[in-house]
Design a protein around this ligand. Structure first.
Ligand code: 6PG
Length: 258
């Protein structure tokens, strides 16, 4: 089994399909084990997806009550800061859920980064009742979230794994603080150990601006230190969701990736 590539028309088809697939995964997990654990990405691309998920016709209040929401990464700023991923997730989704009350695990961007990373790792490891012990990684203690949503940066970063970052090669720790030179503030990020243990990892990229990066990441030589999203290459639980504009340099590569 290899990772999968899904290419959809830009706009409504792209986001409606993602929302429907998300709800299907959530319902299956809740039916099987009474819980669904998902880590949400930051950035702009997922906003229309989160807005669709807030629609009361998607998931019921009872279903949201069985969902635990984590973050894949965060900028080290307060939660009400314009650059906060939590603020974006709250504006697009959480604040629109009305009486639905998912279990939300916010990364503490306002804290000392190293402390915040250690605390968040403890928080994940403590949630044994909702996090699968099944792991794909070499670290038998690594937990498995049901779904991790990630974006793709034009420089090939994903979550807050930026080129040259020390977290790219991490196999044991689950959450690390990073200080990318290209960013105005330090970051908190899941490490590849979390991605490898997850049941499903979705990378979502849209727009022509991501086309060249998508080609390099998916079809080029695998050098994760330069293109960190390539830590996901070869993982069967990974699905790359691209709209036609982001996929324009891939030819007809849809389906299982070689
Ligand atoms: C962040 C994100 C980051 C993002 C990519 C893509 O904190 O910025 O987690 O990894 O997903 O940079 O961002 P866009 O979706 O805005 O292109």
């Amino acid at each position: 089994m290899r990772e999968h590539l899904r290419v959809l028309e830009a706009g409504a088809e792209f986001y409606d399909t993602l929302a429907a697939e998300f709800c299907g995964l959530a319902r299956t997990a809740i039916a099987q084990k009474g819980a669904f654990t998902v880590a949400l990405s930051g950035g702009n691309t997922p906003v229309p997806l989160y807005e669709r998920l807030a629609d009361i016709n998607r998931l019921s209040t009872a279903e949201w009550d069985h969902i635990s929401i984590f973050q894949s990464d965060e900028r080290c700023v307060p939660p009400d800061h314009p650059r906060s991923n939590y603020r974006m997730i709250n504006d697009a989704l959480l604040s629109r859920l009305g009486n639905s009350a998912p279990d939300v695990h916010r990364m503490r961007g306002e804290m000392d980064p190293a402390r915040a990373a250690a605390d968040y790792e403890d928080e994940i490891r403590a949630l044994e009742h909702v996090v699968s012990k099944r792991s794909h990684s070499t670290d038998s203690d690594t937990m498995g979230l049901d779904l991790i949503l990630l974006g793709l940066g034009s420089d090939g970063h994903t979550a807050s794994l930026f080129p040259g970052g020390s977290a790219i090669g991490e196999t044991t720790r689950l959450v690390m603080a990073q200080s990318p030179e290209s960013q105005p503030e330090p970051r908190l990020t899941f490490t590849p150990a979390v991605f490898r243990a997850a049941r499903q990892v979705w990378v979502i990229a849209s727009g022509a601006g991501k086309a060249t990066t998508a080609r390099k990441v998916l079809l080029g030589p695998v050098t994760p230190i330069l293109l960190p999203a390539q830590v996901l290459r070869g993982l069967a639980q990974v699905t790359w969701w691209l709209d036609r504009e982001a996929a324009e340099e891939l030819g007809d590569s849809e389906g299982p990736l070689a």
